[in-house]
Design a protein around this ligand. Structure first.
Ligand code: ATP
Ligand code: MG
Length: 258
């Protein structure tokens, strides 16, 4: 589904990603883990066009077609069916919960200003359809009763789930999740875990960045480990947990923060 080949990103000459190469297989959950500052969010930003890699190739494969996306702007990548959530929530706080999810269907709304002003019957029908889909997505994440609330007044756990509803509502080809359970309690984490399992069952492809190792090791099909911008291991959860380089990277970072 997604091929990363020798992706590098530098900030002012300092490498944040160096020669990152791995694949995200279709219909699976690939976890991307690594200590703080390893480059995980930078990689998600490169895949979604928020940042342009300094060099390397990122391509999105669909059947037999493969398209280079590393030079495309973020709106074009989103149109190709790549959706994401953010490590630091990025919601429209003053808009309603429903409108925040509708923003995830922006690519499909496709109406010109003139059509919108004329409020053609077709457009009204289309709006109703989109609204129904947004409500379904909210229902799936247990937020349907809060559809009219301003997003800003919701509790933190609900905001995290609202981001998931927005990222998944368009049924994208690939969903990138940057720490979806960070700051959630055990019950909320379990609910998100079940949602992610359900998305995989439905055939969705997920790239999951997460520090919660219990969640990652119990859920992921494949784990990629980044340390200081380099891939130091890639394999099944079992393989990665036994890898001495991974243990060293994590122990090293624990010593540094102790
Ligand atoms: N816009 C930027 N400008 C300069 N340096 C940056 C920028 N974004 C990230 N960095 C640096 O790149 C490195 C990787 O950061 P990144 O946020 O990708 O790490 P991360 O793996 O997501 O960490 P965390 O687990 O804490 O979220 C860090 O050293 C960070 O300071
Ligand atoms: Mg990060």
């Amino acid at each position: 589904m997604l091929h990363l080949d020798a992706v590098s990103k530098q900030f002012g000459g300092l490498p944040a990603l160096s020669d990152v190469t791995f694949r995200v297989p279709q219909g699976q959950i690939t976890a991307l883990i690594g200590p703080n500052g390893a480059g995980k969010s930078t990689l998600i930003n490169c895949i979604t066009g928020v940042l342009t890699p300094t060099c390397g190739s990122i391509s999105l494969a669909n059947g037999t077609n493969s398209q280079e996306i590393s030079t495309l702007p973020s709106h074009a990548i989103s149109r190709l069916g790549v959706a994401r959530t953010f490590q630091n929530l990025k919601l429209f706080e003053r808009l309603s919960v429903l409108d925040n999810v509708l923003a995830g269907l922006n690519n499909e709304a496709g109406s010109s200003l003139i059509m919108a002003l004329l409020r053609l019957p077709y457009l009204r029908h289309r709006e109703r359809q989109l609204k129904l889909r947004a409500l379904e997505a909210l229902d799936r994440f247990g937020l349907a009763d809060k559809a009219d609330w301003p997003a800003g007044v919701m509790a933190y756990g609900d905001k995290k789930r609202l981001e998931l509803a927005r990222a998944t509502v368009s049924q994208p080809q690939l969903i990138l999740l940057d720490e979806p359970v960070a700051g959630l309690n055990a019950t909320e984490t379990l609910a998100v875990e079940q949602q992610l399992r359900r998305l995989r069952q439905e055939g969705q492809t997920l790239l999951l960045v997460e520090h919660d190792m219990e969640l990652v090791m119990g859920l992921a099909d494949q784990v990629v480990v980044l340390d200081s911008g380099c891939v130091i291991a890639c394999g099944t959860p079992d393989e990665v947990q036994k890898n001495p380089r991974v243990l060293e990277a994590y122990l090293g970072s624990m010593e540094a923060t102790a």
